[in-house]
Design a protein around this ligand. Structure first.
Ligand code: AMP
Length: 402
């Protein structure tokens, strides 16, 4: 079977984002999302070529109806007419969040795989059931095409035990699967492969540190082209400070708060939704743009929050540099890494102990483009590489089904 058009789907519990790629040219043909699925007044956003509709009311009582809406738009001549019929969709790639220890690579979503994936739901109770709803909706509408699962955790499955094992009684790992898994794997893999091309180096000889810095952030040590360690843990709460997530804290803080009358739900919300930049920035926002504007306006609280954020990035980068020994490049990606010149201008001096220098003039001009931003005398080159998780999912889907 020849594969050309790949639909990439990223399903949440009430949303479904999609992109359609022509894989012969690796060209994006259409993209959009359905929001508020199963809730009052669902919304549909769709772009294909010159055609665009923004947040129009639609009918989406469930994920199957949402997928039907997407496919109908893809074949509608009045909406760009990317495809002639549903049969022109050759494969569907699904973003699957938590593959546990079962999946170190992308796989065809057979009934057995879906059953095994469902059993991993306790590890990602918010995300995995939503992914399954998306897969089932797609399989109902596009029954005769291969569906491929691409897992956020897969790239990190090469971590050795010394990286992933928590120092807890072994049965906690064996019985409950409590260990480090890591996330954003699709993005770390995308920029790793791109970095190998840019450096013109064989993947298996490449030691790099990839920093996916966005609303959620993670930093990964890539050794010989494979994940050696990563900052997120069993859940995406661990690691560096993030938009609304606290990142690493002393685990005893949780017990202390529980004993002082906070409920588990209070603490969960504090750590996941009310922490990070939102908690410390003093702007009432988790957005880096707001934090940087407040820094520019000379607000001390915002400046302290930026310093705290950058400190947490620098600690991981420094630690991973020590573990890797030789670092061929540091990669910055994600909404902050790609766009926030202020954050980058604060970060590079914070890792000057590694011999890193900043080319401030170039850094100021970089927004969403691939560029070397370190100085010519920098001991480690630092690159901004825009990530493209959807294209990575399309490539994986193409590779699995071809
Ligand atoms: P992500 O989760 O990867 O979409 O990244 C979201 C983060 O990127 C938010 O904190 C945004 O403020 C930040 N971001 C996006 N665009 C810009 C920009 N032009 N300048 C600074 N930060 C940005």
């Amino acid at each position: 079977m020849s594969i050309r058009n790949v639909l990439v789907v990223n399903a949440g519990s009430s949303s479904l984002k999609f992109m359609l790629f022509d894989m012969e040219a690796e060209q994006m043909l259409a993209k959009g999302q359905v929001e508020r699925i199963g809730i009052e007044n669902p919304l549909f956003t769709f772009t294909a070529g010159d055609y665009s509709e923004k947040q129009n009311l639609c009918d989406a009582p469930d994920h199957t109806a949402a997928v039907k809406l997407v496919c109908d738009a893809l074949i509608d001549p009045a909406k760009g007419g990317c495809l002639k019929s549903f049969a022109d969709i050759d494969a569907v790639g699904h973003r699957m969040v938590h593959g546990g220890e079962l999946y170190s690579e992308s796989v065809l979503l057979t009934p057995e795989v879906l059953e095994a994936f469902e059993k991993l739901s306790p590890l990602a109770p918010l995300h995995n059931p939503a992914c399954l709803q998306g897969v089932k909706g797609c399989q109902a509408v596009l029954a005769n095409v291969p569906h491929v699962g691409v897992f956020d955790t897969a790239f990190h499955q090469t971590m050795p035990e010394e990286s992933y094992l928590y120092a807890l009684p072994k049965e906690i790992y064996k019985q409950y699967g409590v260990r480090k898994y890591g996330f954003h794997g699709t993005s770390h893999k995308f920029v790793t492969l791109r970095m190998a091309e840019v450096l013109n180096k064989p993947l298996d000889e490449m030691n790099i540190i990839t920093c996916h810095l966005g609303n959620g952030s993670s930093i990964t040590a890539v050794k010989g082209g494979k994940c050696f360690d990563t900052s997120m843990g069993m859940t995406p709460l661990a690691g560096v400070m993030m938009g609304t997530r606290a990142g690493d804290i002393d685990p005893a803080v949780v017990l202390y708060l529980l004993k002082n009358g906070f409920s588990a739900d209070d603490i969960d919300a504090m750590m996941n939704k009310k922490g990070g930049v939102f908690a410390l920035g003093g702007t009432g926002s988790s957005d880096m743009r707001d934090l940087c504007s407040a820094c520019d306006a000379g607000k001390p609280e915002a400046q302290a929050a930026l310093a705290r954020l950058v400190h947490s990035y620098a600690m991981y980068i420094g630690g991973y540099a020590a573990l890797l020994g030789r670092v061929d490049a540091i990669v910055l990606t994600g909404g902050i890494g790609e766009n926030s010149k202020e954050t980058r201008a604060a970060l590079l001096p914070a890792i000057s102990g590694l011999g890193v220098t900043l080319n401030a003039e170039v850094n100021d001009t970089v927004r969403g483009i691939e560029k070397l931003i370190s100085g010519s005398d920098s001991k480690i080159p630092v690159y901004v590489i825009p990530t493209n998780e959807e294209l990575m999912i399309a490539r994986e889907t193409y590779a699995v089904t071809k």
